[in-house]
Design a binder for this molecule. Structure first.
Ligand code: C2E
Ligand code: CA
Ligand code: CA
Length: 433
């Protein structure tokens, strides 16, 4: 046997190939299928940061020490391997037949690993505190090597969502979502580079005189294989994974460039502004205001041309920070709108604190208001609250004449919806102005 093919050169422990070999042998021969076994998938928290901050040399030393420490606590029947980068796998082969007991023993095992790392590692005189996110699959009966590894890895990504040093048992409801999250997240990275995102504009129309007074910028993804992917499919995933910030930087650049072209053409005379969606994670970044100001300089824009749309539930997450940022940006001349109004829960009490200009009534109420009394009442109340607070009101999701007539009667200002126009390219939008 050529050792290098089966052992990891850096840490000297089994590599992925040997792990597969040993696990397959275990599953097909020595495994007592009446008993439970556990597969643990360990990932070092923030390892990327160690590499970036202290260099790969320190990173390598850290991996070596981690491997050595774990090796010392591994029993002779257990399997331990490094599967890639900062990812390790441990198999605990023989646990009780009773599930609760097997689970308890696995947890005890994890606890003993974590305890080993309570004392920091010392590398080149510096101390490093290592924690792991650990995914666990507890199994009995038949299983394939591949499925087990995949499940343990999936659980590890679930554990990552919690605080550092968490562990998580796999359950079957996890698989689809996490796999989808992972591929979409990867795809978004690539798609930004490959220019697969572009922007559509949906006109906002004055309810009383039918003039186009603005538009909302809405992102579109044209995937080379999957075709067009709806934002409702990828925005929530992008938000969950944090990649929304990169994506929105791309969107801001694209939209701001379009805005410049629009407002400098003769067609923009009735246009008040273009509405741009901002996700909460992005808005709450400390650098958000500076970033926007830099872009304004870059594209030579006037702040009055932009209205930011923020969701109500997002604002509530950190209301003080949100209020401060809105005030700062409003001082420069930007305006703000609360998106999906009515779907959050603390609308009223916060409305008086929030220095916004516009509320957008959520389309779920507008779509049904002509045949649902409750929805109609909500729309009426929102319009009257908005008027009392001196806010502009945009109704979205207007699909029928009846809905528009109703809004007219309520003296709502602006609407957006398929009755007027669907979202369209910049070229089409400027041609209808
Ligand atoms: P939203 O901000 O509430 O955007 C309005 C959505 O309603 C858009 O869907 C629009 O096409 C759709 N819509 C407009 N009129 C009608 C109508 O009459 N009937 C119906 N049934 N629907 C109508 P879209 O473009 O699929 O966007 C979905 C959501 O994705 C948006 O909801 C927003 O939350 C998010 N999104 C889109 N673009 C961006 C973006 O650039 N950044 C961020 N953070 N989120 C975005
Ligand atoms: Ca919106
Ligand atoms: Ca909305």
């Amino acid at each position: 046997m050529v050792r290098a093919a089966y052992y990891d050169l850096l840490t000297n422990i089994p590599n992925r190939t040997l792990l597969m070999d040993k696990l397959t042998t275990f599953l097909s021969t020595t495994y007592d299928t009446e008993k439970y076994a556990s597969l643990l998938f360990l990932d070092i928290d923030n390892f990327k940061k160690v590499n970036e901050t202290f260099g790969h040399n320190i990173g390598d030393h850290l991996l070596k020490q981690v491997a050595k420490k774990i090796e010392n606590i591994i029993g002779e029947h257990e399997i331990f391997a490094r599967v890639s980068g900062d990812k390790f796998v441990i198999l605990i082969p023989s646990l009780p037949e009773e599930k609760q007991q097997a689970e308890a023993l696995t947890l005890q095992y994890i606890h003993s690993i974590n305890t080993q790392f309570n004392t920091p590692l010392i590398i080149a005189g510096e101390s490093y505190h290592v924690t792991f996110s650990i995914g666990v699959v507890l199994f009995n009966h038949e299983h394939s090597y591949f499925d087990l590894l995949k499940s343990a890895e999936t659980a590890m990504y679930e554990a990552k969502k919690n605080t550092r040093g968490s562990s998580q048992f796999y359950d079957s409801s996890m698989s689809v979502l996490t796999k989808e999250v992972l591929t979409i997240e990867n795809d978004i990275h690539k798609a930004i580079q490959n220019n697969e995102f572009f922007i559509h504009y949906q006109p906002q129309i004055d309810v009383h005189n039918n003039k186009i007074v603005g538009a909302e910028a809405l992102v579109r993804w044209d995937h080379p294989i999957k075709g067009s992917i709806a934002p409702s499919k990828f925005i929530p995933i992008a938000e969950e994974s944090g990649i929304i910030i990169k994506l929105e930087e791309f969107i801001f650049n694209a939209v701001f460039q379009d805005i410049k072209a629009l407002f400098e053409s003769s067609k923009a005379k009735d246009l008040k502004h273009i509405a741009v969606n901002v996700s909460t994670a992005h808005f709450l970044q400390p650098s958000f205001v500076d970033k926007v100001m830099l872009l304004m300089q870059k594209y030579k824009l006037q702040p009055e041309w932009i209205e930011f749309e923020i969701t109500e539930s997002g604002l509530m997450r950190n209301i003080d920070d949100a209020i401060k940022k809105i005030k700062d940006l409003k001082n420069f001349g930007f305006t703000f709108s609360i998106d999906d109004f009515g779907t959050g829960y603390s609308s009223l009490s916060y409305l008086k604190e929030l220095p916004v200009d516009t509320i957008k009534i959520d389309q779920s109420f507008i779509l049904n208001m002509n045949n649902n009394k409750g929805d109609a009442m909500i729309v009426e109340s929102v319009v009257s609250i908005g008027q009392k607070f001196d806010l502009k009101i945009v109704a979205e999701g207007v699909e029928t004449i009846e809905a528009l007539d109703y809004l007219k009667a309520m003296k709502c200002d602006t609407y957006q919806g398929y009755l007027g126009y669907k979202p369209m390219t910049l070229k089409d939008f400027s041609s209808i102005l």
